[in-house]
Write a protein that binds this ligand. Structure first.
Ligand code: UT7
Length: 322
């Protein structure tokens, strides 16, 4: 049986940092409120001219290097993003060009904060069915471009960044199972209410911003992530104690803590980066993974549960042996 296995990880954050104290000068908020309600202290922000593809490229190069794979060996490129550089071509095609990859399939996946979980699921299926052998899967975002910096209910939450993995065909597991869900009935609780085909005028005026009913999203996220933890364990006939590391989407420390509690998992076994990065949407899970791999916490053979919840609503999980 062929599995797909992560053989390398990488990440990249823009140099510019925006602290809670910086935000105190921009909107009616406080470092204390942001830390208590979200766990966030700072976030990285792309400077003018620094694009999603720039961040994706840097993260991808780190992942390729750590896998010991050259770009020319990659036969599938998937980028999860909500903040593509251009309307088209896809950021995956732009990334392919930067890396000098010619020919294999490249496409973007748009599932907002669950984007990386969706993208790695698709790549896993390509590899399991023999359609690809070495996939580059990236989550990259410049959410700062769709953030309303006058809206305190959203602007304190988000940041920019990218994370990437190289996924290779292997006889050893690997990804054990993936679980994807969506319910489009909740679209207006977390969205940008304009796009190419709807209210394009807002986009042209640079006023197409994220809007969120935070409280409602919070409750749904906690409930839904609790359910997906159960679904993933049952599908693999595993106990909570079989999971070595939880690598969650980094939206809010209180959501992360609730999911850890559901798993009876001490916070020492949970990778937390939300304090340093804020919510980087599709980049958050691969960024957190790379941080914990590089600092030596996550080791080969560990069992990891990756999960995310985001706009759509979309949600999903991946259980894997690292
Ligand atoms: O990644 C995709 C999924 N996204 C998420 O999972 C985010 C989910 N939501 C959340 O993380 C939380 O709901 C927030 C952090 C967004 C908000 O926390 P909350 O505990 O749900 O606060 P709230 O929205 O109920 O607001 C409480 C109060 C309100 O004031 P009143 O009405 O009680 O007087 C807000 O106006 O806090 C006020 N508030 C703020 N105060 C200071 C809202 N934003 C701020 C702020 N600074 N930045």
């Amino acid at each position: 049986m062929t599995y797909s296995r992560i053989t390398g990880t990488g990440s990249f954050l823009p140099e510019k940092i925006l602290t809670n104290h910086d935000l105190e000068k921009m909107v009616e908020t406080s470092d204390q409120w942001i830390k208590e309600r979200t766990g966030i202290s700072k976030r990285h922000i792309a400077v003018e001219g620094e694009t999603t593809c720039d961040l994706a490229e840097a993260a991808a190069r780190h992942a390729l290097e750590s896998a010991g794979v050259t770009a020319s060996e990659i036969d599938l490129v998937i980028v999860a993003t909500t903040t593509a550089d251009k309307i088209f071509p896809s950021t995956a095609c732009l990334l392919q060009k930067r890396l000098g990859i010619h020919g294999p399939a490249a496409f973007d996946v748009q599932a907002v904060c669950s984007g990386f979980i969706y993208a790695i699921t698709v790549a896993d299926k390509f590899i399991r069915t023999g359609s690809a052998k070495k996939a580059l899967v990236v989550g990259a975002e410049t959410l700062s471009r769709i953030t309303n910096w006058e809206d305190r209910t959203t602007c304190v939450l988000f940041g920019d960044g990218a994370g990437a993995v190289v996924l290779e065909a292997s006889e050893e597991p690997g990804i054990l199972s993936t679980h994807l869900h969506a319910d489009g009935n909740y679209d207006e609780l977390l969205h940008v209410p304009a796009g190419i085909s709807l209210d394009f005028e807002l986009v042209k005026q640079g006023r197409a911003y994220m809007e969120m009913q935070g409280n409602e999203v919070f409750k749904m996220a906690v409930r839904t992530l609790g359910r997906i933890v159960d679904e993933t364990l049952v599908a693999n006939n595993m106990q909570k104690s079989d999971i070595d590391w939880l690598v969650p989407h980094q939206a809010n420390i209180r959501i992360i803590t609730a999911t850890a509690k559901k798993l009876n998992m001490p916070m020492e076994r949970v990778v937390v980066t939300v304090n340093e990065h804020g919510n980087t949407s599709a980049a958050s899970v691969p960024l957190a993974l790379d941080v914990a791999v590089r600092d030596g916490r996550i080791k080969r053979g560990d069992t990891l549960l990756l999960e995310a919840f985001g706009g759509g609503f979309t949600w999903g999980s991946v259980l894997l042996k690292f």
